[in-house]
Design a protein around this ligand. Sequence first.
Ligand SMILES: Nc1ncnc2c1ncn2[C@@H]1O[C@H](COP(=O)(O)OP(=O)(O)OP(=O)(O)O)[C@@H](O)[C@H]1O
Ligand SMILES: [Mg+2]
Length: 254
Amino acid sequence: MDNIISVRGLYKAFADKKVLEGVDIDVPKGKITSIIGQSGTGKSVLFKCIIGIMQADKGSIKVDGEEITQLPEIELRRIRRRFGYCFQDAALFDSMTVEENIAFPLREVLGMKDKRKMKAIVKEKLEWIELPGIEEKYPSELSGGMRKRVGVARTLAIEPDILLFDEPTTGLDPVLSESINNLIKRVNEEFGITCMVISHDIKGTFSISDQIAFLADGAIQAVGSPVEVARAQHPVLRKFLENSFADLKVDCGP
Ligand SMILES: Nc1ncnc2c1ncn2[C@@H]1O[C@H](COP(=O)(O)OP(=O)(O)OP(=O)(O)O)[C@@H](O)[C@H]1O
Ligand SMILES: [Mg+2]
């Protein structure tokens, strides 16, 4: 299989707190790979190392076969342009309109200056996320779900090869969570963008992912298709899944 990202023996500690202790993972091109695991196990740290905004202590990260852990900052920028990153809170700029938010990476990352072209891209992306005509609104005027969608539109604007979503559905109700999961699936299917997703929404993760990896004790303890991971016998994973599905039952009511 063609892997767009390959991580080998990745280590990261903060002072004496060991977080990643030998992470190995391959991310197949054009597929959706999700990382699951308990809070504080280092999922976000792993993402930050992959996009090069945090330096690992040891180990290898290859993007399309190119080792990125030792690259100088200027070279890293070239790699980062290939990535879109949706932060957990969508992190829109509150003082900017939706249009200015989506145009921001076009200007800052791609150096685009043509205002009419930027306007057209913003319009197209808003239509794509099914929120046409909200260019002039401010983030505070949008619901949480709408803000998440605008966050997706903003990362799509620069047409990345790889999109990383850090907890895209946290804080959303089940219906909105499903609509964000569908949006990720569409991004993947319509544009062929490789997606990596960190999620606590276990049901959603199992429905959209091609590959799921379970991170615990600093390493990937189980990896495979949703069916394979659901059947894996690793005791910590079993407990994690049982707890997650217990939460689901509570969500669903009696
Ligand atoms: N910049 C930092 N400085 C010091 N410690 C950090 C830093 N970033 C993360 N950590 C620590 O690394 C550990 C893993 O953090 P991380 O954010 O990756 O967890 P996570 O798996 O994403 O958790 P959650 O599911 O709650 O988002 C935590 O103990 C956290 O306190
Ligand atoms: Mg996190």
